[in-house]
Design a protein around this ligand. Sequence first.
Ligand code: FES
Length: 98
Amino acid sequence: MIAAAEVEEDDVLCVRACGRNLAVFHIDGDYHVTDDRCTHEEASLSDGYLQDDTIECPRHQGVFHVPSGKPMAAPVTQPLRVYPARVEDGQVWADIPE
Ligand code: FES
């Protein structure tokens, strides 16, 4: 999906895969893959503010816990979809259901 080295530590990138925009996070040596679109309204979370293991939406400052997708701060109430991620041969992969 994307070379692991492209996603710097404590950073997030948007990747187009399987017909959707995904956010690939690199946090404390682990990679996490979620939907890039905020569950509140139209906004790209990869443009947001990553602090520790939370991402703040750039539009209304809703906050999600990245590893679980749990909403942490209003106005977001719906969890963020999280996809199991792994690194193989230097590439980040995620299990995306059809
Ligand atoms: S669009 Fe993300 S908090 Fe509103």
